[in-house]
Design a protein around this ligand. Sequence first.
Ligand code: SAH
Length: 343
Amino acid sequence: MQKKEIRSMTLPELEQELAALNEPRFRAKQLFAWMHAKQAGSFSEMTNLPKALREQLAGQYEYTELTVVEELTSAIDGTKKFLFAMADGNVVESVWMRYQHGNSVCISSQAGCRMGCAFCASTLGGLVRNLTASEMLGQVYQIGKLTGERVSNIVVMGTGEPLDNYDALLRFLTLICDENGLNISQRNITVSTCGLVEQMKRLAGEHLQITLALSLHAPNQEKRMELMPVAKRYEIHEVVEACREYFTSTGRRITFEYALIDGVNDSPADAHALLKLIGALNCHVNLIPVNPVKERQWRRPSREKTAAFRDILEKGGIAVTVRREMGRDINGACGQLRRRYME
Ligand code: SAH
């Protein structure tokens, strides 16, 4: 029988497991604190648990920890990229960014991705498997240890489609926000999706205070279909409507991500169409000059074209930022480090 994985369990679940082992109730909290506050790497580090219990736990449960394979530091802005190996040898990448308002970690939710976006390096090899909650947590915990600094913000924007791994994502969110663990505020977490409408609605129903980012990348259905296969499943207005619902039930402003691609979606007409599509929503637009991926031909527009696009949205009353490029010298774009490693 496969061992149950212990670090993905919530506190009430741990209480049940330990009750079944005839352990006193407070042991669950101790164990939880070891895993999520002190971030022990194994049972043997949990020195205030009786040795016999530690051995019993090690025999009965799996404790997954990531090991760092590669760490790159940007000479330009200090951004760090990490490549981690999981217990089965698959690798995932994560990014650490230092901002004025605190340190942010970008984590992967899947090894590979099956969404097939035309400009993205993460999807080129397809989906290998979902990550467990523990493997998502491990990226944050290991980065905290390796940098020696507090992590205050988390973005689920690395490799993978988080809403395609919904249950593990929810577990991850519950655990990372637990006051007995890292205690990250929900408001400091952003989950980015390519627009899986059913799961977006389900997430809205959880009434969390996390930010939902929608990868829009096109001002209309026709252009979106060229860039994102998921658009064939969900029409663009349906996706925007799901964003409106998310705002209505959570009060959280939506972020729209829009990768600007030279000659594809960056004309003034595109900007006006975008304004028309989302202008009535309480939202924020993040313009991302596309990161060139070596397997793809996409190029970023000039600074002038980018600024003109931004100005049209701003004049229309939308809050816009042009994403500052971080870690340009260290394989910045989504999935490129993992890909290079696999090659
Ligand atoms: N699957 C999720 C999250 C991972 S991708 C999603 O689609 O949102 C995180 C963001 O990076 C998405 O907005 C994605 O479209 C964008 N992205 C991927 N490759 C990119 C590239 N080469 N240049 C710019 N943005 C890219």
